[in-house]
Ligand binder design. Structure first.
Ligand code: FAD
Length: 285
C-alpha cells in the first residue's frame, strides 16, 4: 500500500500525468511512455478521466494495470458530475479491491451544451466525502492558482478551495506560466489557515495552438515574453517542443526556489520532453 500523502511527507515527489488513449496506436504510445518514464523512478503517476465519464473504463483498466506492473502507484482522476452515487461507490470499491489506494477527487465539468448534468453530485467536496466512506484512500483535489473559471471572485474561490483542501490529503494544481501565481495561491490559503500541500502542475507544451487554447479555457495568463517566444517558434513542431521544455525547466527552478512539496509534470503520454527536463535539472541517474 503506497499512499501519496505518505510519499509527500517524505517528499519532494516527482510525478507524471497520462491520459487514457482512444486508439490502438495511442495505447502503444501510452505503454512506451510509461516504460520509458519508469526509468526516471517517479513517486507515482496519475491517469485522467474522460469528461462525463467517456473514458471511464480505459482509465480504470490502465490504473489497475500500471499499479500491478510498475514499482510506483498509479492514481486515477475521478469526476463526480453526471454520476450517480451508486456508480461511484462501485468504482471506488473496485479500485480499493484492486490495490488502488489513491484517488484525485474532482467535480468535472457540466455538459458544454448547457444541458443538465444529471447525477447526484455538484462539487468535488462531495466526492471527497464519498471516497472517505467507500475506502481507505489518500485523496487529492484540484487547485487553480489563477482561480477556477466558474468562481465568482477570488475570495470565494479561495474559501471553497481551502475548505476542500482541509478535507483532502493533498492538492494538485492546474498548469500556469508564472510561479508567482502558485506562490500567491499558497500564501492566500495559508492566510485562511490551510496548509495542505498543493503540488504545482507543470506542462511542457508541444503545440503553441494547444497551449494557447488550454490557457484560454482555464483563464491562465500567458506572459508577454512567452507570447513572443510562442510567436517566434510558429508552426515548427521541434522548436515548439524545445520551447516547452525550456519553459517547464525554468518554471520548476522558480518553484523549487519558493519551496514546493513536489512537481507534477503533465507528460501527455510522451517521454522525451520529461527526459530532457530531467537532464536539464541534472536529475537523470
Ligand atoms: P470544485 O472544487 O467542485 O470547484 C468547481 C467550482 O465550484 C469552483 O468555482 C469552486 O469555487 C466552486 N465551489 C466549490 N465548492 C462550492 C460550494 N460548496 N458552493 C459553491 N461553489 C462551490 N477534468 C476531467 O474531466 N477529468 C480529469 O481527469 C481532470 N483532471 C484534472 C486534474 C487537475 C490537476 C485539475 C486542476 C483539473 C482537472 N480536471 C479534470 C478539470 C476539473 O474537473 C474541472 O476544472 C472542473 O470544472 C472543476 O473541478 P474541481 O474538482 O476543481 O471542482
Amino acid at each position: 500500500m503506497t499512499r501519496i500523502a505518505d510519499l509527500l511527507a517524505k517528499g519532494p515527489t516527482w510525478s507524471f500525468e497520462f491520459f487514457p488513449p482512444k486508439t490502438p496506436e495511442g495505447m502503444s504510445s501510452f505503454d512506451r511512455a510509461v516504460a520509458d518514464l519508469s526509468a526516471l523512478e517517479p513517486a507515482y503517476v496519475s491517469i485522467t478521466y474522460g469528461a462525463g465519464g467517456s473514458a471511464r473504463d480505459t482509465t480504470y483498466d490502465l490504473v489497475v494495470r500500471v499499479n500491478e506492473e510498475q514499482a510506483f502507484p498509479a492514481m486515477p482522476h475521478l469526476t463526480c458530475v453526471g454520476h450517480t452515487r451508486a456508480e461511484l461507490v462501485e468504482l471506488l470499491e473496485s479500485y480499493q479491491a484492486n490495490g488502488v489506494d489513491n484517488v484525485l477527487a474532482l467535480a468535472g465539468d457540466p455538459p458544454k451544451d448547457g444541458s443538465e448534468a444529471g447525477g447526484d453530485f455538484v462539487f468535488a467536496t462531495e466526492l471527497v466525502e464519498l471516497a472517505r466512506e467507500a475506502g481507505d484512500f489518500s485523496i487529492g483535489v484540484a487547485a487553480f492558482p489563477e482561480i477556477h473559471p466558474r468562481s465568482a471572485d477570488r475570495a470565494t474561490d479561495r474559501r471553497h478551495l481551502a475548505a476542500k483542501l482541509n478535507q483532502a490529503d493533498f492538492g494538485m494544481s492546474q498548469f500556469f506560466w508564472d510561479a508567482d501565481h502558485y506562490r500567491q495561491m499558497v500564501d492566500e490559503l495559508a492566510d485562511l489557515g490551510c496548509t495542505t500541500p498543493v503540488l504545482p502542475g507543470v506542462m511542457p507544451f508541444v503545440s503553441v495552438a494547444g497551449a494557447r487554447r488550454m490557457s484560454a479555457m482555464n483563464n491562465t495568463q500567458i506572459p508577454t515574453w512567452l507570447q513572443e517566444r510562442m510567436d517566434a517558434v510558429g508552426d515548427d513542431p521541434e522548436a515548439t517542443r524545445q520551447l516547452g521544455v525550456e519553459v517547464a525547466t525554468g518554471l520548476i527552478v522558480a518553484l523549487q526556489d519558493i519551496g514546493v512539496p513536489g512537481i507534477h509534470l503533465y507528460a501527455m503520454n510522451r517521454a522525451r520532453s520529461i527526459q530532457e527536463i530531467y537532464d536539464n535539472l541534472g536529475l537523470r541517474r
